[in-house]
Write a protein that binds this ligand. Structure first.
Ligand SMILES: [Zn+2]
Length: 232
């Protein structure tokens, strides 16, 4: 045959078995929640809608989907514009805020409690602080659970005072369920502190890590879904 690959060979099927395994000298902890139609969802909000517009299985030339989701579904970052009328949107925040040293602090309080400011005793920890609580156990359930642990207002004030730039919690709000005024959101976002919500810290020990939580570049949006990892 006068040279050239057959079309079949040129488009050789790649399966996981043929993909080269890549190892990393670092431990990478994926603290993001998987997104699917059955992911836990804030009451009244819509679950993820992943809709195939083209499908190889249906005989189309490729497979393609549209995504429909609330920005605050799953693992995501809130920017000031989420609660502050003239607050900046996430595309205006330097990415350096979302990448860098981070401390995971464990709070062993009971369901529906608030993390007190005393948890920060011991001085200024890091520019980024993530709180691991009872909530990480709730994340294995597909049903939303209102008994999640939240931050106290005192703790929010202290974090602002300490110059923390990003605060994370392992459920979908830093304020307790049915908070009348969402004071913790207002305290943090009003001071330009980003909030990382919906992280799963079940497999992560307390301690120091590097955080990488990069948002989509959604122009003008009050937040974004992120793929968040801890590295060390
Ligand atoms: Zn949010």
């Amino acid at each position: 045959m006068a040279g050239g690959l057959s079309a079949a060979a040129a488009f050789r099927k790649v399966t996981p078995a043929t993909a080269r395994a890549i190892t990393s000298p670092m431990n990478i902890y994926d603290i993001s929640l998987p997104l699917h139609a059955g992911s836990p969802c804030w009451p009244g909000k819509s679950p993820l809608a992943l809709t195939a517009t083209r499908s190889l299985l249906r005989g189309d030339h490729c497979t393609s989907h549209t995504i429909g989701m609330d920005i605050h579904l799953g693992t995501h970052i809130d920017a000031p514009a989420h609660f502050i009328a003239d607050g900046i949107t996430l595309d205006q925040v330097p990415l350096a805020t979302m990448v860098g040293p981070c401390r995971v602090i464990e709070f062993l309080g009971s369901p529906a409690s608030e993390i007190p400011s005393q948890i920060m005793a011991g001085g200024h920890p890091s520019d980024r602080v993530l709180f691991k609580t009872f909530n990480s156990q709730l994340l294995s359930h597909s049903k939303f659970d209102p008994r999640f642990v939240a931050l106290s207002e005192d703790l929010a004030h202290l974090l602002v005072q300490d110059g923390v730039r990003l605060v994370g919690i392992d459920y979908f709000s830093v304020d307790r369920f049915n908070s009348p005024d969402r004071a913790v959101h207002h305290i943090l976002l009003g001071s330009g502190v980003l909030i990382l919500e919906g992280i799963n810290l079940a497999a992560v020990e307390p301690g120091d890590y590097q955080l990488i939580a990069l948002p989509l570049n959604l122009v003008g949006a009050e937040g974004s879904p992120v793929r968040a990892v801890l590295v060390r």
